[in-house]
Write a protein of this length. Sequence first.
Length: 753
Amino acid sequence: MRRLTALLVAAGLSLFAGACSDGTEEADACVDAADRALDTALNLCSQAIDSGALSDANMVRALVGRGDAYAGNGESDRAIQDYGQAIRLKPGEAAAYNQRGIAYVAKAEYDRAIEDFSQAIRLIPDAAVPYRNRGIAYNKKGEHDQALQDFDQAIRLDPQEAESYEGRGNAYDGKGEYDRAIAEYDQAIRVKPDYAVAYCDRGRAYLQKDDYDRAIQDFDRAIRLDPGLYEGVYNRALAYNAKGEYVPAIRDFDQAIRLRPNDADSFLNRGLAYSMTGDFDRAMQDFGQAKRLAPATAALYKSRAAAYLVQGDYNRAVQDADEAVRLAPDDAGVYYSRGLIHETQDDAQALVDYDQAIRLDPKYVDALRHRGRVHLRRDAYREAIADFDAVIELGPDDADAYFSRGLAYASSEEYDRAIADYDAAIRLKLDDPQVYNARGAAHVAKEAFDQALADYDLLVKLLPNAGDGFKGRGMVYVGKGDNARAIEALDQAIQRDPNDAWSYALRAAAYSDQKDYDRAMADFDQAIRLDPGNATSHYGRGRVYKLKQDFDRAIADLDQAIRINPDYADAFYERGRVYSRKGDYELGIPDLERARRLDPDEYTDNASWNIGAALFGLGRFAEAAEAFAHSSNADVMQGHTAILLYLARMRDGKDGASALDTAADGLDLAAWPGPILRYYQGRITAAELLKAAENPDPKTANEQDCQAAYYIGQLELIAGRLATARQRFEHARDVCPRNFIESAGAAAELGRL
């Protein structure tokens, strides 16, 4: 308060001096005492006022002087009484209005303060101080745009007053424009290099920007300039807390408590720091002291709830968070804090709290961010993207929001948009190497393997002791069909992280492609042990069982994959094929139809082809012909499709020759199954077909012999030569691999003969 009085005098808000004969000596003693102890000032001013010797002008000086002393002593009501009496004696005394305004600010009566500052301005419109003080009052009210206008005018009137720049910085800080706030604090420091409060305020702005190191540097400077500056010590403790450096945070909170032993906030936050170090006894002691100092505050219960959460006591954490909400039902922050607690166990309830926080404060960035993350976990990708859109609109340089939105786009299979967002996060220097992991995965999904490999190579350089980059390389090599290099990379990944289920699953896929089914099975087993809830690993092991012709175990794994993910089109497709290979066509067809509905782009043709094969096995030849006709782009040799379409039409009593003629025009009829088409066209005999089926490779020879026998049997059946047909089907049944459609097909035909 003494500093403000001196500033008022310098600003021209003079405390009128009178003649010596009318109490000037006493008034001078009172005013001069403002630079000494408050008790001395109070005594001298009271003596002057009570002397009865003061003129009105000197009485005004003494009343204002005593008012300043009362204000400096925290006795705002007495100060206001003295300023009011001075104003009644001299209604034109600008200093009294200004000082009373300051006292009203101390009482948080901002409207009255603004009235007094406005009157001081009307009386002396060229003085900077009342504008600055009115700006402070507007800031306190949260009317930051009005405050900015006053600080602008104060600076125009006195561009060398650092306090006005600091006030303008506080207005920008209140608006969340932290970069502009920092620029104002910079200017305040240029004007007044030893301005501890400006360093403290700038540190606070850096703290809001999560730039903790710069914040701590500014708090250090503020404390060096003014070791007793509570705000500097307290805010530095908050910065250390935010960095996770709890020991120096606790040390600073200790000092803050020494400076203000009755301030509950320091106890609250020291309690949080203690809880993060695991010292819950001291944490609870601090919360108890905070409650004694400021009972029944939402901040107390919110902080203690956070401590209970760290302790793993979810129920008590929720109870305290509920109490915080009861005490401050219009405070968005308490709902956000409770949402964070619910997020650990109950995403649905967390969403309710985040929704309420955002209703109360639509620009609550952290609530929007966390709601987006919950939506992402719950596969509500559109909702997640909308929340991250809002975060980015509020902060276009928010790298984390771009990264999170990229994850949502990738989960929606919008890989180009995902990659664009990952690019933005990288440009904005997101401090998270996993952005390269995510971008690499998006490139893999697009089969842009070279770009993906570049990302994973960079991830390996950034995190050489982690498995993620090597796992990504393995995924790329699996996609490129380079299984040897995939296995080499995945060996490295597993060496670094032997508990990563995906690395085993990927290596299993590479072994499976190499037809090393035993090693593939061992890796899938390990992947499932590590993560039994991973549908993909069950699906992969099911496919290996199918390739090993262990159909019952294959079905068991595919059943589990579908239980975990009821919309898993790949699993339905594979289970439908396995049922069909077993001859359980009635079970296979619904699965194949489900796969086609779930993923029509992938399975319209392939599922139709397999449905056609199942219908053929059931003897429903007209339906089979229709299914084969709709599977012209299936991932099978076109010759087989033409052969089966021909047979289905012929078995339905129709002419199927056109299917053979169409296929023959685009096929190498010398390569298998071309000889089967030639046989059906009458261009070679059954003996010649059997001869064409021979091959130096025993496995290939057996497979082609199986198919030759089956398709010769079909033609014999159509011709009515049932005994010969039976012989051919029996041979096919005995030699065909069980995962060939001809194996179950031969058994079906024998069942009908």
